[in-house]
Design a binder for this molecule. Structure first.
Ligand SMILES: Nc1ncnc2c1ncn2[C@@H]1O[C@H](COP(=O)(O)OP(=O)(O)OP(=O)(O)O)[C@@H](O)[C@H]1O
Length: 311
């Protein structure tokens, strides 16, 4: 399969700030690639380098061409911040973008695709923030692009609208559109992306399918028990158990072992408010690889009860 996008050792600095520090990646035609990473990691700069809207060192190819030479008809871009011309209705705005291309889709049809079929006559500035963002998505789709860049497309869009846009993007991917998406929403990326790249401090620190990344970096499954009990009565439980003031955490619990863990709690006479089995996802991968912490990964405040300790 041919590569729709190639970046080879791409670097971009702004003064002393290194925004991209030697990024190399390749995205196949028809692939959905999700780029994640903390604020300031370089995601927008990479989108800009790939679309030729900023200069960068290294090699960039879009559909085999330099980004500034590729046929604009074949590329759609939804930038992170978008300031459209004022005093236009939603339809006029999409028409305006349609007029930039030799061939364009019908504006009402594109507005219907983004869930705004009834809003064509509404002034853009009178739409809600989420509706405005959907109009912006429509402007990126109007030329029916082969490659679509979306920089945080669903920011500000309500949950139902997000799901509708996800379905639209899935349909586009099914028809062979290559999608390069940045997002802070792990569920969005996990659902849409064939492969995910994690950018941290301008470097691509992991690339793979969501499933492979979770298997490699996500960590263990856990059973979290909301209780103020300690681990003393659980030394024979057959699990590694840690306690803090409000929870007991059973580490590395296979779903088939949940019943055994519950029996151990009952044997130990532990009163608890709730039990939650937690499976790692892309969020855990993100937090682990960017060095941030989250609740379930804090060091235990009391010593762990381990199967070994009970021997
Ligand atoms: N035009 C610019 N001038 C100066 N510095 C810039 C410029 N654009 C980006 N930067 C810097 O480059 C770094 C990467 O920024 P970038 O916007 O690419 O990050 P990001 O991953 O998209 O962040 P966010 O998730 O907050 O959108 C940041 O330190 C940012 O301050």
């Amino acid at each position: 399969m041919d590569a729709a996008l190639v970046a080879d050792d791409v670097r971009r600095t702004y003064g002393d700030t290194v925004a991209l520090d030697g990024v190399s990646l390749s995205v196949d035609e028809g692939e959905v690639f999700g780029l994640i990473g903390p604020n300031g990691a370089g995601k927008t700069t990479l989108v800009r380098a790939l679309t030729g809207t900023t200069d960068a060192e290294g090699t960039v190819r879009v559909l085999g061409e330099e980004p500034t030479k590729v046929d604009t008809q074949r590329v759609g871009l939804l930038p992170q911040s978008f300031t459209p011309p004022e005093r236009l209705t939603a339809r006029e705005l999409v028409d305006y973008y349609a007029g930039l291309y030799e061939e364009a889709r019908d504006s009402d049809g594109v507005l219907a695709d983004v869930g705004l079929g009834d809003a064509g006559d509404t002034w853009y500035e009178n739409l809600s923030g989420g509706q405005q963002r959907r109009v912006c998505v429509a402007t990126a789709l109007v030329n029916d692009p082969d490659v679509l860049f979306l920089d945080e497309p669903t920011t500000g869009i309500d949950p139902a609208g997000r799901r509708a846009l996800w379905a639209l993007l899935e349909d586009l991917a099914d028809t062979g559109t290559t999608v390069f998406l940045t997002s802070h929403s792990m569920d969005e990326v996990e659902r849409l992306a064939d492969r995910v790249g994690l950018l941290n401090d301008g470097r691509l620190v992991a690339v793979g399918s969501p499933g492979d990344l979770v298997a490699e970096h996500g960590g263990e499954t856990r059973l979290v028990v909301r209780t103020d009990a300690g681990t003393d009565a659980l030394v024979d439980a057959g699990f590694v158990v840690e306690a803090d003031a409000e929870t007991l955490t059973f580490h590395d619990v296979d779903p088939r072992d949940i019943g055994r863990a519950v029996e151990a709690l009952e044997r130990a006479g532990v009163d608890y408010d709730s039990l939650t089995w937690k499976q790692p996802g892309l969020e855990e991968v993100y937090l682990r690889l960017t060095g941030e912490t989250f609740e379930g990964m804090r060091p235990a405040e009391t010593p762990a009860a381990t199967p070994e300790a009970s021997r």
